[in-house]
Design a protein around this ligand. Structure first.
Ligand SMILES: Nc1ncnc2c1ncn2[C@@H]1O[C@H](COP(=O)(O)OP(=O)(O)OP(=O)(O)O)[C@@H](O)[C@H]1O
Ligand SMILES: [Mg+2]
Length: 325
């Protein structure tokens, strides 16, 4: 059931059914008495494969939450559809394999950290002994051991966010959908959430999460879709998307004499002070002679790296292009 055409003995390798697929997914809201229309999501096509960490990146109001709610079967698409493991999320067998962190989770705040997770475990009908062991394990995973017996009313925003993540992975789901899992967290907290997501991937899980914080996505995602005003404008691996400065290499060297630098600059290279050394941006084809000249001139090369456009630059470029329309 999970692999299309798996009965064929020969021929092309069977195509894997994506863990999550949006097919022309669309949502139009009607607002107010005059039924003003808001096209929140427009014909979004995407596929997330097993084991991927997929980042859904977009500015405020782009349509991320709306898409995710449709994927979870919480609101109905007005066009297209969302499939999980090739099936409707409304099927209980599918639902059991998915964990979800909503954007604004609501928790009963008179319960303790332990009690709230135990409560969710009961919803999954986990037997008591197994459930208690799992809740303790989760509190450790999300770094809330110390708050096991504290009521949620006395939790900080970051602690509540961690409870939300624990709740999303409680039943050991194969697909984890997280709507802004790093929101409200400080840099340490963001790193911890990134580590939790990477650990899920190591266990073979698939993670689909949204963010407008580029750094969070840049460091851990296998693939990214950039959604702006309801439309996916760009999609691919970071390597595919970040081609803006392709062909340029950054070289940093120390101990180069002013004459040598002047000569290299004269050849069209740009030099700037970087820490204690000098930074040169060189075209890939012209790298060898520059390195040779530096070494022959007694300089020490401390860094040679192909330049990549950061996701931030790409994001601002795409969002900016859209604003200009
Ligand atoms: N229930 C609703 N009724 C009417 N319009 C809505 C509703 N929910 C969302 N929208 C509109 O749909 C668009 C997309 O909203 P959505 O919440 O999906 O964006 P988002 O990408 O999650 O943004 P953010 O980063 O701020 O969370 C926005 O214009 C929003 O105002
Ligand atoms: Mg949102």
């Amino acid at each position: 059931m999970s692999e299309a055409g798996s009965e064929a003995g020969s021929g092309p390798a069977p195509r894997k059914v994506p863990v999550l697929a949006f097919e022309k997914l669309s949502k139009e809201f009607k607002l107010g008495l005059r039924l003003r229309r808001v096209q929140a999501v427009r014909d979004v096509d995407l596929e997330v494969q097993q084991g991927e960490i997929f980042g859904y990146l977009g500015p405020n109001g782009a349509g991320k939450t709306t898409s995710m709610k449709m994927a979870m079967g919480l609101i109905r698409p007005t066009g297209g559809r969302a499939l999980i493991f090739g099936e409707s999320v409304e099927r209980p067998a599918v639902r059991r394999r998915v964990g979800y962190l909503p954007e604004h989770p609501y928790f009963y705040d008179y319960l303790t950290g332990f009690e709230i997770l135990d409560f969710y475990g009961q919803l999954y009908e986990m037997p008591k002994k197994k459930r208690h062991a799992r809740v303790d394990e989760l509190l450790t995973i999300v770094g809330l051991d110390h708050a096991r017996d504290r009521t949620l009313r006395r939790f900080s925003k970051g602690m509540l966010q961690r409870i939300g993540i624990a709740q999303a992975i409680l039943n050991d789901p194969d697909l984890v959908v997280l709507d802004e899992p790093m929101s409200g967290l400080d840099p340490m907290g963001r790193k911890e959430v990134r580590d939790i997501i990477l650990a899920l991937k190591e266990q073979g899980k698939t993670v689909f999460f949204s963010s407008h914080i580029l750094h969070d996505i840049e460091t851990i995602c296998d693939r990214v879709a950039i959604i702006i005003n309801g439309r996916v404008e760009r999609m691919g691996s970071l390597g595919e998307l970040l081609t803006g400065n392709a062909g340029l290499v950054e070289v940093v060297a120390t101990g180069a004499s002013p004459e040598l630098l002047a000569r290299l600059e004269g050849d069209g290279f740009t030099a700037a002070v970087a820490g204690h050394g000098h930074r040169l941006v060189v075209e890939e084809g012209g790298l060898d002679p520059v390195l040779r000249a530096l070494l022959d001139g007694g300089a020490t090369i401390t860094h040679v790296e192909p330049m990549r456009e950061s996701l931030e630059e790409l994001f601002v470029r795409e969002a900016g292009a859209h604003h200009a329309e």
